[in-house]
Write a protein that binds this ligand. Sequence first.
Ligand code: UGB
Length: 597
Amino acid sequence: QKNLHLLSPEQIELAKILLEMRQTHVFENWAEPGVDDEEKKGFFDQVARLNSSYPGGLASYIKTARELLADSKDGKNPFDGFTPSVPTGERLTFGDDNFIDFEETGVKEAGKSAFVLVAGGLGERLGYNGIKVALPAETTTGTSFLQNYIEYILALQDACKLSQGEGQAQIPLVIMTSDDTHARTLDHLESNSYFGMQSTQVKLLKQEKVACLDDNDARFALDPHNKYRIQTKPHGHGDVHSLLYSSGLLNAWRDAGLRWVLFFQDTNGLLFKAIPAALGVSATKQYHVNSLAVPRKAKEAIGGITKLTHSDGRSMVINVEYNQLDPLLRATGYPDGDVNSETGYSPFPGNINQLILELGPYIEELTKTGGAIQEFVNPKYKDASKTSFKSSTRLECMMQDYPKTLSPSARVGFTVVDAWLAYAPVKNNPDDAAKVPKGNPYHSATSGEMATYGANSRILRKAGVQIEDPLQQVFNGQEVEVWPRVTWKPKWGLTFSQIKSKVGGSCSISQRSTLSIKGRNIFLEDLSLDGALIISAIEDAEVKVGGSIQNKGWLLEHVDYKDASVPEEIRTRGFKFNKIEQLEKNYSEPGKFSLKP
Ligand code: UGB
């Protein structure tokens, strides 16, 4: 009250909202007028931000929070009335004719696509000090996840130009950041000249955190270190929809003739190997929503794609989060819960949070919802009375819950691809990864990098190259398959047909080998590699590589993740390369060349 005369009309409006919503306590310990005025202004700036960044404003946030907290206290089941079953969707086999056809269609559609990377998460499970997108996806070349994503998008852009003539627009990339990641993401882009993209092609949208709640009446928690600030926490990746909607980008994309929006996560180096085919599926099946999925091991920390049928007849195909799938199954006639079937996998395909949405229906839906996504709350109660929390909580939302508000006529599908091809995220620290049940994927820096070599090796095998079998080795307590360390730039091999066209004759690669290909027109012909070959070439140089290349190569050496003398990015993998000997060639002049030692 005493501070009232000092407030601007906007600040009075915000104060009114807080008072009407029973948040009087936030002003309780304020100093006399004239004291801490800057801090008080800062408080209202924060409240203004919290109010404007949430669809419906703070009043709506508090109202929803009270409802969800009451449901949680009553133990209400969010799946009440729903029975789960295994949905049907498109299941692809890498490299067969069907897959190749989808890839061809998908590459053409990529020119009508925009990509959206959600990268606001700090990655608490990984415990890495930097931002996750700047981590090397693999350490043979040191390419970061963000660089890898951008190079794939640029390769798609080039492939569209080739198939449809010059003049195609650039493929837009949006990156959702948060206060935890924004500055460092921008710096990673700027200090690397946007990895070849135009800076105008990339837009960063920063998500705001949401107010923390202290009790079942949704009273705001104050920052323990500053009585003039409300404590905030992340709201989840679901924010991406309201941010895109309010940015105005969606309409601009529609006006520019785009048709698809593809969402993806921060540390999955394999993902783009499945993008062309999945986009082809979306276009062919005319899916409004297409989730990319992989066979899921029971209890794996990825959601299960599930068909939910309500007793009133409604049904939807939706992700059921990993912590909810087991109780849901147990409560609905599956006494063993989330278990593998005779195939060795859960019958529910695993959600890898790669969504392809058709832009027109997406805009239509967001015009109705403002981009708001069904939220949930997960309070940790002090005791069974459920009246107080161990620590403050907040509402959260997930981007894959977008289909929950769609009408039953919406075309919602999914596409299953092999996990080795499309999914190897880096989410777990070495300690936690080593504790993952045997047979389940580790989702660690170790497994993420080894999966890249595994995928590339299997693809080359399928293309006709003889690749020696992998060895089983243990790094940081995790047993992984070690294939030859094969990497290539996306512009060398974007689709299976393209990769096949780059290998000919009888090629072979031994298990201890390293092969790094940087250049579009590098052709492997009758190559026998036993050692390390690092080759790069400019666009106008065409290089044929063949003959027997043998050298001491790059040795894989163990590193202990606790050894602080080794950089964090390396020691979390549990291995490093000792580069003893390699054949390294760089073709920087236009022309035709042959490398045949
Ligand atoms: N992220 C944000 O951008 N903002 C946020 O506020 C939070 C996260 P996690 P999660 O594919 O492996 C998801 O933490 O949420 C970004 C699916 O829900 O890595 O535990 C963050 O930067 C689950 O169904 O994953 O689990 C990152 O890029 C399953 O599919 C992304 O959101 C699982 O991913 C995911 O955040 C999976």
